[in-house]
Design a protein around this ligand. Structure first.
Ligand SMILES: Cc1cc2nc3c(=O)[nH]c(=O)nc-3n(C[C@H](O)[C@H](O)[C@H](O)COP(=O)(O)OP(=O)(O)OC[C@H]3O[C@@H](n4cnc5c(N)ncnc54)[C@H](O)[C@@H]3O)c2cc1C
Length: 458
């Protein structure tokens, strides 16, 4: 891997008309993400268009300098961290909504547009873009595509990959490619669009995307089900989907998460609640009213107390609580270890039981929340880095949690990707031949290994 120290003055001199900085305050601000890992870049470049991205990449390719693409730096696994003094290529200034095609239900955007802004820009016209990561008010669509982000609505609507139709991207050598189709169908050649989506900035820099959008549903019902037992909440998830109802969201919080949120941004959830589900249905009012009645029946049979959000303000308050979980937990413990495992939906009660056992056995608090409808649980091992012995013990739990997950037929990451933090565990899930194929693909796109090196593979 290259060491780029002192490369910054070169690029600033050679590309004077592109905004590039090597000022210490910029290097500090672009040297961390939500993973908590820190590593300073040698320079930060803010291209305004594809042509400027091409020129930065050509310079980097010719001089064998590493480049790390960056959206908003909200990634949880260190994907946008510049290792060994790489140049950070920030796409934040390329943030336009370029085209809205309501006849064909799609939009063209630049990668730096914030997910929440896109949502607001099209919602008032009666459309929506389903992928809604909890970070939607500050993460970018480029980062969402690079990480194949999901969100609460993934249960009914799928993840980012299901909505990316076409990609324009710049290869490490500066060549521009366009992948995919603007039609609803297309099977010509290999599907490079799906390959680039989720490639974590290691294959190409995404500079434009065409995304599928949908008409806004007619109505929404939001339910809050509070359980006195963790296992009962897990059973409710399996029973709701087994009854052939697919809510648009089925979010889960355990007692530790509820306590953290109530301390940070109170919404009035009783302290004795062991677990809750935030359930949202969308569609025709009469259909979702019937489904809501069935869900209430299922949850009440499991001894839950169920409430319905009466208006938009009450719904927003509940979602605000959901979106404040991550900050609330960081508030409690800034150095916690955060995983996002997925198990088949009907294995949720098993994994929750196993996680509780592991926490009791190790004496380390484990707090869980997540997109239970997808079987996607965010497992937070609450360890303080200042207590070296305890932190090391907490880290050793990660492998055990991944073992449990894989033995239940799950996967070690549902949406945060591999980045730096999960790279040591990749081989637990991906077998030898598949790993070789993946490394071969990386080599084909990036023979000099200059684009986001040190991520996914170690
Ligand atoms: C509070 C909080 C809640 C979150 N909730 C969710 C959630 O519900 N669902 C979810 O999926 N994630 C969630 N995340 C994680 C994170 O927000 C997502 O992974 C998001 O997609 C990252 O977007 P970003 O713009 O911040 O990208 P960054 O963090 O800047 O980058 C992420 C990766 O994408 C690459 N990249 C960025 N832009 C480009 C580009 N244009 N071309 C090529 N590569 C690029 C980077 O190199 C890096 O590998 C959450 C994070 C936080 C802090």
């Amino acid at each position: 891997m290259q060491n780029n120290s002192n490369s910054e003055s070169g690029i600033i001199d050679v590309l004077p008309d592109i905004k590039i900085s090597a000022e210490p305050e910029d290097l500090i601000c672009y040297g961390f993400d939500a993973s908590g890992i820190e590593s300073r870049p040698s320079a930060v470049a803010w291209p305004k268009n594809t042509e400027e991205v091409v020129r930065v990449m050509r310079y980097a390719f010719d001089n064998e300098i590493s480049v790390t693409p960056r959206g908003a730096g909200t990634g949880m696994t260190g994907g946008s961290i510049p290792l060994n003094g790489a140049i950070v290529l920030s796409l934040e200034k390329m943030n336009k909504l370029v085209e809205l095609d309501t006849n064909n239900l799609n939009v063209v955007v630049e990668p730096g547009i914030i997910n929440g802004r896109l949502q607001r820009d099209i919602e008032h016209l009666g459309f929506f873009y389903p992928p809604d990561p909890a970070s939607m008010n500050f993460c970018t669509i480029g980062g969402n595509a690079a990480n194949n982000a999901g969100g609460p609505r993934a249960l009914k609507y799928g993840v980012t990959r299901d909505y990316v139709m076409e990609i324009e991207a710049v290869l490490p050598d500066g060549n521009v490619i366009t992948t995919g189709v603007r039609t609803t169908k297309g099977v010509v050649g290999y599907d490079l669009t799906r390959l680039l989506t989720g490639s974590e900035g290691t294959l190409a820099v995404i500079t434009k995307l065409r995304l599928r959008i949908l008409p806004l549903p007619e109505d929404v019902i939001t339910l809050l089900a509070m359980f006195d037992s963790l296992e009962a909440s897990g059973s409710a998830v399996a029973k709701i989907t087994a009854s052939k109802i697919i809510p648009r969201t089925l979010e889960f919080m355990d007692a530790g998460t509820i306590a953290a949120v109530e301390n940070f941004k109170p919404v009035g959830i009783p302290r004795n609640v062991e677990a809750l589900l935030l359930i949202e249905l969308d569609g025709h009012p009469s259909a979702i009213t019937k489904q809501a009645e069935k869900i209430v029946e299922i949850c009440e049979a499991l001894n839950a107390d169920v409430k319905m959000a009466e208006d938009e303000a009450a719904r927003n308050k509940l979602w605000e609580a959901r979106r404040s979980i991550s900050p609330a937990l960081y508030h409690l413990n800034p150095t916690k270890i955060n995983e996002d495992i997925v198990v088949p939906r009907d294995k949720i009660p098993d994994i929750l039981k196993k996680l509780r056992g592991l926490s009791e056995e190790s004496g380390i608090q484990i707090v869980n929340f997540g997109h239970a409808g997808d079987g996607n649980i965010h497992v937070n091992i609450m360890a303080d880095k200042n207590d070296a012995e305890k932190y090391q013990k907490a880290q050793s739990l990660v492998r055990e949690i991944f073992d449990m997950t894989l033995s239940l037929g799950g996967t070690i990451s549902g949406e945060h990707g591999i980045g730096i933090t999960k790279a040591p565990y990749l081989g637990m899930e991906i077998k030898k031949h598949e790993l070789e194929l993946m490394k071969g693909i990386k080599n084909l796109f990036d023979p000099k290994n200059i684009l986001n090196p040190g991520k996914i593979f170690i």
